[in-house]
Design a protein around this ligand. Sequence first.
Ligand code: C2O
Length: 554
Amino acid sequence: MAYRVVAAVLVAAWLFPALAEGAVRHYKFSVVMKNMTRLCATKPIVTVNGTFPGPPLYAREDDTVILRVVNHVQYNVTIHWHGVKQLRTGWSDGPAYVTQCPIQPGQSFIYNFTLTGQRGTLLWHAHISWLRATVHGAIVILPKLGVPYPFPKPHKDVIIVLGEWWKSDTEVVINQAMQSGLAPNVSDSHTINGYPGPFPNCTSQGYTLHVEAGKTYKLRIINAAVNDELFFKIAGHNLTVVEVDASYTKPFTTDTIFIGPGQTTTAILTADQPVGKYLIAISPFMDTVVAVDNFTASGFLRYKGTHAFSATALTAMPPQNATPVTNTFTESLRSLNSKQYPAAVPLTVDHSLLFAIGVGINPCATCVNGSRAVADINNVSFVLPTTALLQAHYYNISGIFTDDFPGNPPIPYNYTGNTTTNFQTTNGTKVYRLAFNSTVQVVLQGTALLAPESHPVHLHGYNFFVVGRGVGNYDPLKDPKKFNLVDPSERNTVSVPTGGWTAIRFRADNPGVWFLHCHLEVHTTWGLKMAFLVDNGKEPNQSILPPPSDLPQC
Ligand code: C2O
C-alpha cells in the first residue's frame, strides 16, 4: 500500500514536473581587482573571480540560488540579478540604497532567491555607481527538467556578452563628471565577450565562435554596455530570435539584432554557409546629437575546416542613426503566447500613469558652466537615500522617502516639440505606491528638452508587456485603440524611441520596492529613476519575506 502511494507520488512528480521542487545552486562571487590588457594598455579593473566578463550563473527554472558575494575591493559593492523577478525576495534584488545597503570592503552578503516562472537568458551586474562597467556576466535559466524548448534544441549554447572598454577608470570618469556638471566621456571601444577585436594602431584580440557546418547554435546575446544601444550582426548569416529577457517569443528571422543595455536576446544561428571565416560585429545606435563611442567591435565566426589564411567575409553595419532598423526589430517582437506560455496581459488598468522622461539642465554654482546636466521623470530628479528604501518601508522608518511620486507631469506641455519650458527639475526621493495585485499602465514619454534620446527603461521585480509605441506625443484618445493586448512582447527593459513613447503594462503582484530607471548608466546617475512601492497582499504568501540576518547596514 505504502509502496503504491510512493509510486503514485513519483509518477505525479514525473508527469507534472511543476510539482517537483527545484535544486539549490551554490555560488561564490569574490569581488577582486585584476589587471587587464585591452587596446594595448593595462589597467586594474574590478571583477568577479578575476574575469571580464564575469562568470556565468547557471540554474534551472524553480531552482534556488544561494550566492555569496565577498567584497575584496576598496569600493562598496552590490550585485543585481537583472530580470530575475525576486518574488517576495526584494532583499536579494541588489540596487544600492533601493533594496539594500552596499556590501562594504571586507564584508560579504548571501543573495538567496528562487527562479520562478522564467526561462532563458538574463544578466547579473554590479548596481552601484558605475562598477557594472566591468562587473557583469550572464544568467542562464534552463527549463525545468524534462520540459523542452518551444523550438528545436540547438547543437550548442553560446553566451555572447557585449560590453564597453574604457581606457580610463570609470569611477574617476563619473565622479569628475558629477563634479563638473558636464557629460562624462564615452568609452574607447565596444567588446564581444571581453574583446574589442582589431583596433587602430594595436593588434587586439577578437572573440572567435567555432562552429561546424550544418549545426545550429543558440546565441545568448547580452548587452552589458554602460551607455550604448547596439546593433549585432554576423556576416552572411541570419538569426532566428526565440526569446528576449527570459520570455519566449514567436520566432522571427533577421540579419541584425538591436539590443539596449540590460536587454538580452536569444537567437538561433544555423551554420549553413560555405566553410570559412565570417565577421561578427557590433556597432552603436544613436539617432540624435549625443556623443557615443563609435567603435565597431569585431570577432569571428569560424567554421571547422577553415584554411588558416582564408579571408574573412565582411558585413556592413547599419548606419549609426538607423532608426528604421531599430523599429523593424522592435516591432517584430511578439510574445510566444502559446497554451503553455500564455501572455498574461492586464486588460484593465487600475493606475494609468504618464512618465515624461528626459535630460535637462539645472543651475549649479560650483559647476564648470554654471549649470549641470540632469535627468528626470515628471520633473523629479531622483536622489538615492543614504539608507535603503526597502528597509525604510519594512521597518516603517520615516523621513527616508515620501510616497507622492507624480503619476503625471506637473504641467502638461509639448513633450517632443521645441520648448524651453519645464527645464528645471526638483530633487526628490519619492515612490509611487501600488496596492498588491493592482494593474498598472505606464506610458513612457520621451522629452526633447535638451536633446531627444532613446532610453532603454528597466523595471525591477517584474516583466511588463509592451502594448504600444509611437513617435511624437502619446495621444490618450487615439493611441490605446492600436494597443496590442494579445501577444505584446514581454520584457524587463524596453527602448523608448527618440522623441516618442512606449506604453507598458504589468500587474503589481510582487510586494516590495522596485526600481525603475533608464539603463544608460549616465542617465541613471543624473536622476532618470524612481521606485514603485508595492504593498503586501492579504494572504500570507503575498508578503515580503523577512530580511536575511546578514543584510548589510549603511
Ligand atoms: Cu540592470 Cu537597475 O539594473
